[in-house]
Write a protein that binds this ligand. Structure first.
Ligand code: GUN
Length: 294
C-alpha cells in the first residue's frame, strides 16, 4: 500500500481563503480589520524567514501586519515595554513574540506579559489552562493545524488511538489537550519512553514532534495509520547540499501508512494559516462580534 499524501499546502491555502473572505465581511459589516503584531528579536535566519512569510500572508488575507524588530542585545525590560505598548494598541488584536529569545530574556515572563485576549500563539498560561480545562481558548497554531490535517483523513477522531511523540509546550502538550477534546485515546511518548517502537505501533493517528530527523521508521507504523509529521530538520544530503526532512522516515513510512504529511508541505503551511485564524478569532472576541466557524 502507498499512503495518501496529505497536502498541507493546499489545505492551508483553502483555510487562508476562508479567513480572507471573513476578513472582508468583518470590514463590511463591523468596520473591523484584524491586526497582527509580530516581534522578532535578533537575526536568527529561520525565524526571519517565518516572520517574512507571516507578514506576507497576513496582508494577503486582508489583515494589518505590524512588524517589530529588536536587536539581539535588547534587554528584557525593553521587550516587556514593547509588549505593553502592543497590549494597549487598539489596532493590534494579535501579538506574537517569535521564539527562541536570546538568553538574557526570560521567555516565560515575556509570554505571560502578552494580553491573553491577544495571545494568538496560545502560549500564555491562562490560555494553556483554559485549553486544559475545556474552556474556550486561543490555542497554539501548530497543534491546531495538526488536528485539522488529521480530520481531513478521519472526520471524527473519537475513540481513535492517538500517539503524540514529544511533550513540548509549543506542540506536544497542547496537542494532547486538543486530541482529548476530540475524544481520542491519547498516549504521550518522549525521550525517556521505553519500547518507543511498540508504543508507536498502537497508533491509528501518529503525531511526531521530537525534532530528530527521520527517527520514526516505517516498521514502527501500524498499517493504515494517519501520520502527521511536525518535524522540520535540516540535514546534509548525499550531494553535499542541505535538505529538510521530518521526524518520520518518509520513504519507508509511506509504504505502510494510510495517509501521511510530507515535509515540507505538510504541517508547516498550516501553522501560519492557523495563526490567521487565531488573529481573526481574537479580533472578533475583543470587538464582541461572533467568531465565524472556519
Ligand atoms: N518558534 C517556532 N515556532 C513558533 C511558534 O509557533 N510561535 C512562536 N512565537 N515562535 C515560534
Amino acid at each position: 500500500m502507498t499512503a495518501r499524501i496529505i497536502d498541507g499546502k493546499a489545505i492551508a491555502a483553502q483555510l487562508r481563503a476562508r479567513v480572507a473572505a471573513e476578513v472582508q465581511r468583518l470590514a463590511r459589516e463591523h468596520n473591523l480589520t484584524p491586526g497582527l503584531a509580530v516581534v522578532l528579536v535578533g537575526e536568527n535566519p529561520a525565524s526571519a524567514v517565518y516572520v517574512r512569510s507571516k507578514a506576507k500572508q497576513t496582508e494577503e488575507a486582508g489583515m494589518r501586519s505590524f512588524d517589530h524588530r529588536l536587536p539581539e542585545s535588547v534587554s528584557e525590560s525593553e521587550l516587556l515595554a514593547l509588549v505593553d505598548t502592543l497590549n494597549a494598541d487598539p489596532a493590534v488584536h494579535g501579538i506574537l513574540v517569535q521564539l527562541p529569545l536570546p538568553p538574557q530574556i526570560d521567555s516565560q515572563k515575556v509570554l505571560s506579559a502578552v494580553d491573553p485576549a491577544k495571545d494568538v500563539d496560545g502560549f500564555h498560561p491562562l490560555n494553556a489552562g483554559r485549553l486544559a480545562t475545556g474552556l474556550p481558548a486561543l490555542t497554539p497554531c501548530t497543534p491546531l493545524g495538526c488536528v485539522m490535517l488529521a480530520k481531513t483523513v478521519h472526520a471524527s477522531l473519537a475513540g481513535m488511538e492517538a500517539v503524540v511523540l514529544g511533550r513540548s509546550n509549543i506542540v506536544g502538550k497542547p496537542l494532547i489537550q486538543l486530541l482529548l477534546a476530540e475524544n481520542a485515546t491519547v498516549t504521550v511518548a518522549h525521550s525517556k519512553t521505553r519500547d518507543l517502537a511498540e508504543v508507536v505501533r498502537r497508533a491509528d493517528l501518529l503525531f511526531a514532534a521530537v525534532g530528530r530527523p527521520e527517527m520514526v521508521r516505517g516498521a514502527w507504523i501500524k498499517p493504515g495509520a494517519a501520520v502527521i509529521d511536525v518535524g522540520i530538520n535540516r540535514v546534509a544530503g548525499a550531494d553535499g547540499k542541505s535538505r529538510i526532512v521530518g521526524d518520520v522516515a518518509f520513504a519507508e513510512a509511506e509504504q505502510v501508512a494510510g495517509a501521511i504529511t510530507p515535509v515540507p508541505g505538510g504541517v508547516g503551511p498550516m501553522t501560519i494559516a492557523c495563526l490567521l485564524v487565531n488573529t481573526l478569532r481574537a479580533a472578533c472576541a475583543i470587538r464582541g462580534v461572533p467568531a465565524p466557524a472556519l
